[in-house]
Write a protein that binds this ligand. Structure first.
Ligand code: BTN
Length: 337
């Protein structure tokens, strides 16, 4: 943990995006104006840009809402809330998935089947994406969420689960009036070919018995373009897509509720009840695509998914059934011709 925690009260006051004078801030926080200035200087390390104007004070370039567990809980109905064992909000962590998996390894999470432990961070210093990629995670701008759940039916029962989680996120965002989204196999939410959200599912424990599902979700809410310079894929965020600032606490409540209800649906019916919805939202369906693995690449036409959530790829050698793993799918250059 860094010293970010001590900056939170100051960030909290400035989060409204208005000017606050040094003396007003000092008075509210019970520290001197020069201590305020020293703290403001640390904001750059968090990627938070501040305007300092003589006679007016300080203002955040982009207003933000800090995550608050009481606000998140307020958006979750009682029946659903009772399945949440704990909800933790961290200022800074390497990765919420790694953090949750450490808690599991250290025996610090004693979940019953059906219960959830929820971990959020304002910032990740080593956020993980699929295929060993980094998930750039600047402070206060996005959602970095991990939900842990115990299952006692072995790994095989989780086949296709990532797809159900992707659809749950789409359902949650549609309820919040986010337009134009689609899914890209196996775990991306896109808007007009640009990545809005991604899922990283990790499983630990006994692969044929009790295991822990660590469901990591990253959603781009409002990124400062400067923070995203290292991201090589085309990306977008909710601010660009809707033109409005999104309340991150409400967003977390919605996403958590929808993931929990999708997991229940998945537990009862498997992937079956999600397949038609997947096909309706699949941005790659019937497109010429290239499937890239660490060693090779295959061209073909994406034909949706199988009953277990594998990708169906029509190639010159016939239909190939591609299970998840370290593969990535992209539109083939042939599409552009
Ligand atoms: C991907 O699309 O490559 C998956 C991205 C998953 C990112 C989330 S952010 C919260 C959780 N913690 C991590 O380190 N990764 C996931």
């Amino acid at each position: 943990m860094t010293t970010t925690g001590s900056l939170l009260p100051l960030i909290g006051i400035l989060s409204d995006g208005r000017f606050h004078s040094g003396s007003e801030l000092g008075r509210q926080l019970g520290i001197s104006r020069s201590a305020i200035w020293k703290n403001i200087c640390k904001f750059a390390e968090l990627g938070l840009e501040v305007h300092a104007v003589r006679g007016k004070g300080y203002k955040l370039k982009y207003p933000l809402t800090l995550l608050e567990s009481s606000r998140i809980y307020a958006g979750i109905p009682d029946g659903t809330r009772s399945s949440i064992l704990q909800l933790e909000i961290l200022d800074t962590i390497d990765s919420t998935n790694s953090h949750a998996m450490r808690l599991i390894q250290q025996g610090k999470l004693s979940l019953q089947p059906g219960q959830y432990s929820i971990h959020l961070a304002e910032q990740q210093s080593d956020g993980k994406g699929r295929r060993g990629r980094q998930w750039i995670s600047p402070f206060g701008q996005n959602i970095y969420l991990t939900m842990v759940r115990l299952i006692d039916t072995g790994v095989i029962a989780t086949e296709g689960l990532t797809l159900a989680v992707g659809l749950a996120i789409i359902r949650a965002l549609r309820e919040l009036k986010v337009p134009g989204m689609g899914v890209k196999w196996p775990n991306d939410i896109l808007v007009e070919g640009r990545k809005l959200a991604g899922i990283l599912l990790e499983i630990s424990g006994d692969i044929s018995g009790i295991c822990q599902l660590t469901i990591g979700v990253g959603i781009n809410v409002r990124n400062q373009p400067e923070s995203m310079e290292q991201v090589s894929q085309p990306w977008t965020d909710l601010y660009q897509v809707t033109g409005k600032a999104m309340n991150r606490n409400l967003l977390v409540s919605q996403v958590v509720c929808h993931i929990m209800s999708a997991l229940k649906e998945f537990e009862n019916n498997g992937l079956k009840s999600f397949i038609a919805e997947w096909q309706d939202n699949d941005v790659m369906k019937d497109q010429q695509v290239e499937l890239v693995t660490t060693r090779s690449s295959v061209q073909g036409i994406a034909r949706g998914i199988s009953e277990t959530g594998a990708l169906l790829l029509e190639t010159s050698q016939g239909m190939q059934v591609i299970n998840g793993g370290e593969v990535s799918l992209r539109k083939s250059a042939l599409n552009d011709s």
